[in-house]
Design a protein around this ligand. Sequence first.
Ligand code: NAD
Length: 484
Amino acid sequence: MKAQPPASHFVDGQPMEDAAGAAFEVIFPATGEVIARLHDATPAVIDRALASAHRAQAEWAMLRPVDRARILRRAADLIRERGEELAQLETLDTGKPIQETRVADWPSGADAIEYFAGLAPTVTGQTIPLGQDFVYTLREPLGVCVGIGAWNYPSQIACWKAAPALALGNAMVFKPSEVTPLGALKLAEILIEAGLPPGLFNVVQGRGPVGAALVSDPRVAKVSLTGSVPTGQKVYAAAAAGVRNVTMELGGKSPLIVFDDASVDDAVGAAMLGNFYSAGQVCSNGTRVFVQKAIKAEFLKRLKARSEAIRLGDPRDAATQMGPLVSQTQLEKVLGYVETAKAEGATLVTGGSRAAQGGGFFVQPTVFADVTDDMTIAREEVFGPVMAVLDFDTEEEVIARANDTEFGLAAGVFTADLARGHRVIGRLQAGTCWINAYNLTPVESPFGGAKMSGVGRENGHAAVEYYTQIKSVYVGLGPVDAPY
Ligand code: NAD
């Protein structure tokens, strides 16, 4: 089984290879097989990508927004037409079940491209009257934007960054995660086929140092990173040296609060979606599930039964509900957290081991109960199918405990009392929240984090703010009043 692309990189409208870059392998996580071999971008590849982006952006910015939008809408249509082929590639690259990649990854990417194509022509400035004079403002593109992706939603991340960047008149050089490098190359191909001029969307592969070289290049106006907090701190600092704009989509340890008047079945379903979808490798997961004591026993009983019925298996099989983790490294990290949770006294409700499935990186869906706020699994991002259930008594108490974290990406509340739902969400320190739902992230809704979980927002009208800059123009209509 092979998924070797024509070349490692995609620069100035075509595939590009430079075998002088250090080689790395792409692994199918369900079997451990090597499916492609790529090379890190060399300084020559990085330079060519940035130079072509710089050149192409100047012309792209001069087009009418509707003309840019037409090309992007065509790209969204091509993604939908090739949905099955793209879903299969995403499954090979990430190990995520085909039943997820058919509906979540590329479809969400196509939505973003379509949405920002539609939005861009409506973006306008203001006029500000000043007596006989006035000021008008223009919303201009930033220039060359760098996108750096994580491995959990590689193609969705590439689309979520490329869509607003391109629609609003910027160019982008995108570096996918070295763990899942294949989807972004397809996006580059599709954009060219849709009519995007060469150079506007380039893909360069490589590990951290390739990202670092991009972030510090003087031709770059903006950096949008999806990744962990430690990487975010480094990238933000490097961008600061050049006073570049940033969007930082980082990690989380989000609370999902279940009050005792909630529908237990809905809350259990949401907690499972928010911990087991994509084998738990989702940044906004509700990994601290706070359950009010009166329903704890019932909640755990139904959760255990439904978790044990999850079908683990080959992610290419449409019946499979949970695939492997993305890599051996991630497998070891997650199993390490499971052992720590056991050692720190959490009660194992179900799972807790590696699952025997071929040579893949599978972990059983795992639930710990009686987790306390100081335990490692209640404080650190596990990024695997490991749910921590914590008990609480009162609303006041759970709000304080939910906020007692350095992260602030997401939060959810389940309750039949909508006034309480809004009241509690109003006091939670998180950027992306749900009431009686969890982890739904439609493109129309801004997405991003508070506190250490990030800076800026993707999606929705909010993203316009992060891919444009305002120029204000004072227009004098009278004589110049100079005192000398
Ligand atoms: P990571 O931080 O290890 O890597 C992210 C990307 O940064 C990769 O492409 C990597 O090569 C690159 N990188 C590493 N060092 C760099 C440097 N010094 N300069 C520039 N680039 C560098 O993250 P990961 O393991 O790929 O992804 C998992 C993390 O991503 C989790 O913490 C998860 O919560 C987070 N995440 C956040 C969101 C969000 O929208 N908030 C979405 C998905 C994932």
